[in-house]
Design a protein around this ligand. Structure first.
Ligand SMILES: Nc1ncnc2c1ncn2[C@@H]1O[C@H](COP(=O)(O)OP(=O)(O)OP(=O)(O)O)[C@@H](O)[C@H]1O
Ligand SMILES: CC(=O)N[C@H]1[C@@H]2OC[C@@H](O2)[C@@H](O)[C@@H]1O[C@H](C)C(=O)O
Length: 378
């Protein structure tokens, strides 16, 4: 078993999540402490300005420095970690074109923390023809396996919906022997989630988010706009498929003429409509949809999902999991899989032709505690 710290800074650009998890890269042995370090207004502004940039373009070096410094500061609170899984900051994602770009530097983080760092999780998948995203589905399979083992969920297919800046859904069957086994997982990005809502709040109210969904809850969705949005070819395309943060620029444009509350309500209805549009791709309709990520704190989103779907929609806490830390835990679990040479994606999650391991491992110049886990490998 390895005590690993997973670290994630997602597309909503609000800060860095960190969570400890004990795992052999297959089963989850236990969850540990977690932490969050928000980006300052200045850091967030630099990251926002760099969105869309590819390596060596303007603003990327500064964004990478902010990423490494923010992660190193938070990792210092977790001296018990033998290994760190570091996602980096996605600035651009175009898997069928220019590739995928996570700003950051795992070698610099290894040096700063004295711990080995697994990073650059997405490139190898893209290089081999995959979407490079979503990568959390194999971990969702492990969560379903863990929850079934704890008696918190039946050992049956279940779906996880992650609502960060972008939404992604994983259908998983914990009766399968491993996440890469045939029939174990099917996953894809559903559509925009919190990113357009945050952008609306920032532009119109100078706020970072619609806290609790209060504004959206007081408005009325324009269903003509939602219907037009759902005619986008993305929703007709079968998985695998993944999205860049700002791929649906027509959505903010379409709500530009609406009052604030109605605009927020329309974005929420579009989010739920996109999830419902993806439902047909799931191998079987799951009895439960477990919602994780910040969007589950938005009551208007949860109500819209309940209205749009004929299934039990619940926060992932119903299965004993921490919905704010699931992605950070995922990149800890995936880091151990990289260390052990186990696949982190496959045909049914990213569309890569064969299951692929990927990831890079960087060692600190002066090894700290991490040396032990490499001796365990031998
Ligand atoms: N109390 C709340 N009320 C409403 N919305 C919230 C609340 N808490 C979080 N959110 C929303 O969730 C977002 C953060 O979600 P999360 O941390 O899951 O995203 P992320 O990890 O950055 O993105 P991604 O999963 O796309 O990589 C916030 O930016 C906000 O939009
Ligand atoms: C390229 C990239 O960073 N994509 C993110 C983003 O945020 C949500 C969705 O789009 C998902 O595809 C992915 O994140 C999660 C952690 C994933 O890879 O599963």
């Amino acid at each position: 078993m390895i005590r690993v710290l997973g670290m994630m800074s997602g597309t909503s650009l609000d800060g860095v999540d960190a969570a400890m998890i004990d795992t052999d890269g297959r089963r989850i042995a236990g969850f540990g402490r977690a932490g969050f370090r928000p980006y300052s207004d200045n850091e967030s502004a630099v990251l926002h300005a760099a969105l869309g940039a590819w390596p060596d373009e303007a603003g990327v070096a500064e964004a990478a420095e902010i990423s490494v410094a923010g992660h190193a500061a938070l990792a210092a609170d977790f001296p018990e970690a033998e290994l760190i899984g570091y996602h980096g900051q996605t600035l651009a994602h175009d898997p069928k074109g220019r590739g995928t770009h996570q700003a950051g530097n795992g070698a610099a983080l290894a040096h700063a923390t004295g711990r080995p760092v697994v990073w650059d999780f997405r490139h190898e998948d893209v290089r081999r023809g995959g979407e490079g995203a979503p990568l959390v589905p194999f971990f969702h399979w492990a969560c379903a396996d863990w929850a079934a083992g704890q008696g918190l969920l039946p050992r049956a297919p279940v779906a996880f919906l992650n609502l960060g800046g972008v939404g992604n859904i994983s259908w998983v069957d914990p009766r399968a022997p491993a996440p890469e086994a045939a029939g174990a997982c099917l996953a894809f990005d559903t559509g925009p989630a919190n990113a357009p809502i945050n952008d609306l709040m920032r532009a119109r109210r100078r706020l970072a988010q619609d806290r609790g969904g209060a504004l959206a809850g007081s408005g009325r969705a324009d269903m003509d706009i939602v219907a037009a949005f759902l005619r986008h070819p993305y929703f007709q395309r079968p998985p695998p498929k993944s999205l860049d943060r700002d791929q649906f620029s027509m959505l903010p444009d379409a709500v530009a003429g609406l009052a604030d509350a109605d605009a927020a309500a329309t974005l929420v209805a579009a989010l739920a409509g996109a999830v419902a549009a993806g439902w047909r791709w799931l191998p079987t309709p799951p009895e439960t949809l477990l919602v994780c990520g910040g969007g589950r704190h938005n009551a208007a989103i949860m109500a819209a999902l309940n209205a749009a779907l004929e299934t039990s929609v619940q926060p992932v806490e119903a299965a004993g999991l921490d919905g704010d830390m699931l992605e950070a835990q995922a990149f800890g679990w995936l880091a151990v899989r990289v260390l052990r040479g186990l696949p982190i994606s496959g045909p049914m999650t990213t569309g890569v032709p064969e299951p692929v391991c990927g990831g890079r491992i960087s060692h600190p110049r002066r090894p700290g505690r991490g040396g032990d886990i490499f001796r365990q490998q031998a």
